[in-house]
Design a protein around this ligand. Structure first.
Ligand code: ZN
Length: 78
């Protein structure tokens, strides 16, 4: 699978009906919800790479869990 953010080839640690846990060299590891994956696939939406990476960094500060990209937190290209 490719990274849901930047499209580079990425390691998928786990995938289920909730979504996927992705580990990308450039973006780091994160969880992406199935809803976001579906929107990407079926509505042709594109994730804003830089804005999302910055958001991931901010989410990791002080947290030990992987950031979760959901329909509420995803940054689409406008
Ligand atoms: Zn990536």
């Amino acid at each position: 699978m490719s990274c849901s953010i930047c499209g580079a080839s990425a390691r998928v640690l786990e995938t289920n009906f909730h979504g996927a846990i992705v580990d990308c060299v450039e973006c780091g590891s994160y969880v992406v919800s199935a809803e976001v994956l579906k929107k990407k696939e079926f509505s042709g939406k594109v994730v804003a790479v830089q804005a999302t990476r910055l958001w991931l960094v901010s989410q990791r500060l002080g947290h030990n869990h992987r950031p979760v990209i959901t329909a509420d937190t995803v940054r689409w290209v406008k």
